[in-house]
Design a protein around this ligand. Structure first.
Ligand SMILES: [Zn+2]
Length: 259
């Protein structure tokens, strides 16, 4: 792994390490540096120059987003961060947990939705199970649906990470249970998620997952990326990746209400 700081290669020989990359990303965030990792050649580019000022065109596009998203005023949205508590979900090769990524992305999504006038209910807001700890998996999922029903939610959005035996499997998939509104929601969210996150598009698919099957409102389950893939594990654990995932899902929800 080579590190290039402001165009100069640092005189270091470092072992390729996910921990090092995560540490550098954290430093870059706190110092307001730009960081870019090219997985193909293993080079990390760091730039300490501050970000360019916000231009007028940027301001205009921000206000266009604000106008679009007034469509969310009064909408009730239930966000379901997958897993939690004693159930970590899938574990990545570097040891990160699906339950932490799903919660972080969900909290960022809640912030975006609330800022734009939606009423948001979360099935969990901390690292916990939703039903009691010794509940069966079905009772745990039923408890999540019960929250959406109680809230009379207009939409149910379940957030997960994919996992597979092969570390090369990658990309995002959005699942639905075949209801036309759920299918339309899945299509728009998937499109915006791919645009924002820049991962491989695995499309939308029908699945009989408990939460999308039994939610009485339009419901989708988003597999944001593969935690079993070393590069996507990093993306899912990074502030930037989580924020882009939440942003894409947010834009998809806005798009669903645009028609
Ligand atoms: Zn999961």
């Amino acid at each position: 792994m080579r590190i290039i700081l402001d165009g100069q290669q640092l005189p270091l020989t470092v072992r390729v390490s996910k921990d090092l990359l995560l540490t550098l990303k954290t430093i870059a965030r706190t110092q307001n540096w730009r960081i870019h990792y090219n997985a193909a050649d293993g080079v990390i580019h760091l730039s300490t120059a501050s970000h360019p000022p916000v231009t007028d065109t940027h301001r205009q596009s921000l206000s266009a987003v604000e106008m679009d998203s007034t469509r969310l005023v009064g909408k009730v949205i239930c966000i379901d961060p997958g897993h939690g508590g004693k159930d970590p979900g899938a574990t990545g090769p570097a040891g990160t947990y699906e339950k932490d990524n799903t919660l972080a992305i969900s909290l960022l999504l809640r912030e975006r939705l609330e800022r734009n006038g939606a009423k948001v209910y979360m099935t969990r807001e901390t690292d916990q199970s939703v039903a009691h700890d010794s509940a069966s998996q079905e009772a745990e999922l039923e408890a999540r649906i019960a929250i959406a029903k109680q809230a009379k939610a207009d939409l149910f959005i379940s957030i997960h990470n994919d996992g597979f035996i092969s570390p090369t499997a990658n990309g995002a998939t959005t699942y639905h249970y075949g209801n036309p509104d759920s299918m339309r929601l899945a299509e728009i969210v998937q499109k915006q998620l791919i645009e924002s996150l820049g991962v491989h598009d695995r499309g939308t698919r029908f699945a009989s997952f408990f939460v999308v099957r039994y939610a009485p409102m339009p419901a989708i389950l988003v597999e944001v990326a593969f935690i079993s893939n070393p590069d996507e594990e990093l993306l899912l654990a990074s502030e930037d990746g989580r924020s882009r995932a939440a942003g894409g899902i947010f834009e998809g929800i806005v798009g669903y209400y645009r028609v």
